[in-house]
Ligand binder design. Sequence first.
Ligand code: SAH
Length: 221
Amino acid sequence: MRLRNIPRAESVLANTPDVMQDPTLYKGSWQKEIFQNDHPVAIEVGMGKGQFLLTLASQRPDINYVGIEQYSSVLLRAVERLDAQRKDRAVVFPNLRLTRLNARTLPDVFAPGEVEKIYINFPDPWPKARYAKRRLTSKDYLTRYDQVLIPGGEIEVKTDQKDLFDFSKEQVMATSSFTVTAATSDLHHDPVLSAGNIQTEYEEKFSAQHQPIYKLVIRKM
Ligand code: SAH
């Protein structure tokens, strides 16, 4: 997701306590310093405007969530949504923090084993082979996820792109540290995997166009 540059985005984000300005400062101490509890930490990479993560965080106060997005203008939309939900629904979101970050640097932000689960929803498909490394499920990214995940930790991927779904499965199977534990090429008609499904912005858009949604659950061995 890329939005027109919003000039005030940087200054708003810099003055929002929910947004971690330098997340590398908390490597190894997210639970203790930031959330001040011992609940598991889950992250969403490429959270977009935050619809999925805000819903999830409000449903699961027993999990700490960190939302990661690379673009300020997009993260600003998530911050605005957070503010609106605090006002309209009186949800407090003590278990949620956001940060502007390129997922390439995840190992600078989380210590080994600090993350229990990673969500990747509708990542940019980068269809051209020469950009395959940029796909968020490429082996380069899987290596980074491996560095921060707890053994037995999971990655959940949703996409509308069959090619990206197939590519992701192949990349997982080519590693020795991850295995695919569940997969569907029609999430919304899969009685098991659709249970409790929270739709993302992109998911609503694609399913309204009757496109099937693919989902992959990957476990770190
Ligand atoms: N998850 C949302 C948005 C999907 S678009 C939804 O399902 O509706 C993909 C998002 O991932 C974009 O907002 C893009 O900026 C972000 N993104 C892509 N590569 C990234 C990276 N390396 N690090 C952080 N965010 C990234």
